[in-house]
Ligand binder design. Structure first.
Ligand SMILES: [Zn+2]
Length: 344
């Protein structure tokens, strides 16, 4: 007697534009999700459930209580445990689908590592909250001819742009010059409602499924924008921009990857915290040795990815194995650097 056939994916394979062939392509696909917060998590859940065979989960941060209203991959226990978001996300997605490969990467995307972290995938999903990471992803995508799905949400609004290098407009076509820091609304200044991020992640996942299934014609050339509070949905035709192209997608100009733009400290959206890479210490850190040295501090916790301690009342220091540190309790970068230099 043979075992009953697994009908796990039978309903989505029955959807004619996908079919069994599309399902097989999903199983063979490798997708990088850049940022595992509200938008990235909302994209990751449907992709894991749909049976995308390999998800690389890239995130630099830790879950905190103010994430819980909108970040689907984390719960109160994750906040208490202090696991990096990428690791907590992989655990949660593994409970949803144990048959797929989940690859957590605890790192900040920079010009130095962007090509390596985004290598070897069929598709990139933008779940990040910072502009530099988006431009880096756009340039890697254009250079390697990898499709990527840009998405963002703030307030009650969201937008999604699917970029197929060589065929559609890219991020630089749409936004040629990054706006000066502090001029765009952020989750911190404008707030955000969870459903805005969830809509964006869901649309990104649908775009990803079309691309992986070889149905790119169903996506190309449009940007979707929605305002959930006003109940408005718009679809913008970017064919004109695509025909013209820009120095990146047409001319092979990669200013962010080559370090001509960017490289400043990127603020952690919505957090009383700064990220610091200690000077001369951008390499791996021996966390076990550090834990021994810092054993006298309050509330020291250590796991394979990071060490966290309360170094002063109200100041919590998290040191990652890649040499980055996040200092919570201040937004003053100079103070953050001083604190890191004292303990690292
Ligand atoms: Zn372009």
């Amino acid at each position: 007697m043979s075992a009953p056939a697994d009908d796990r994916y039978s309903r989505q394979a029955r959807f004619a534009p996908l079919g069994e062939a599309g399902q097989a392509r999903l199983a063979a696909a490798r997708v990088a999700i850049l940022g595992c917060g509200a938008v990235g998590g909302a994209a990751a859940v449907p992709l894991a459930r749909a049976g995308v065979g390999h998800l690389r989960l890239i995130d630099r941060d830790l879950p905190e209580r103010s994430n819980l209203p909108r970040q689907l991959l984390f719960d109160e226990a994750d906040v208490a445990a202090g696991l990096p978001k990428a690791v907590a996300a992989a655990r949660q997605l593994g409970r949803i689908n144990s048959a797929i490969t989940l690859e957590p990467v605890v790192a900040d995307l920079t010009a130095a590592n962007a090509e390596r972290l985004l290598a070897g995938v069929d598709l990139i999903i933008d779940g990040t909250d910072n502009l530099e990471a988006r431009y880096l992803a756009n340039e890697v995508a254009c250079r390697t001819k990898t499709p990527w799905v840009h998405g963002g949400a703030v307030g009650g609004e969201g937008r999604v742009l699917t970029v197929i290098p060589g065929r559609t407009a890219c991020l630089r076509c749409l936004v040629p010059e990054p706006p000066p820091p502090g001029t765009l609304p952020t989750c911190e200044t404008a707030g955000i409602i969870g459903p805005a991020a969830m809509v964006v992640g869901a649309v990104q996942a649908a775009e990803a499924i079309k691309l992986i299934a070889g149905r790119a014609e169903a996506t190309a050339g449009r940007m979707l924008a929605c305002d959930l509070w006003a109940g408005e949905w718009r679809s913008l035709d970017l064919a004109g921009l695509a025909a013209e192209g820009c120095p990146t997608c047409r001319g092979g100009d990669y200013p962010w990857l080559e370090g001509r733009l960017g490289g400043q400290a990127s603020p952690l959206c919505g957090r009383e915290a700064v990220q610091v890479t200690a000077a001369g210490n951008a390499g791996p850190v021996d966390l076990a040795a550090l834990a021994t040295r810092l054993a006298g501090l309050a509330a020291v916790t250590v796991n394979p990815w990071m060490l966290r301690a309360e170094v002063e009342p109200g100041i919590r220091l998290s040191i990652f194995s890649d040499g980055r540190a996040i200092v919570e309790g201040t937004r003053d970068e100079a103070r953050g650097r001083t604190i890191v230099a004292r303990y690292l």
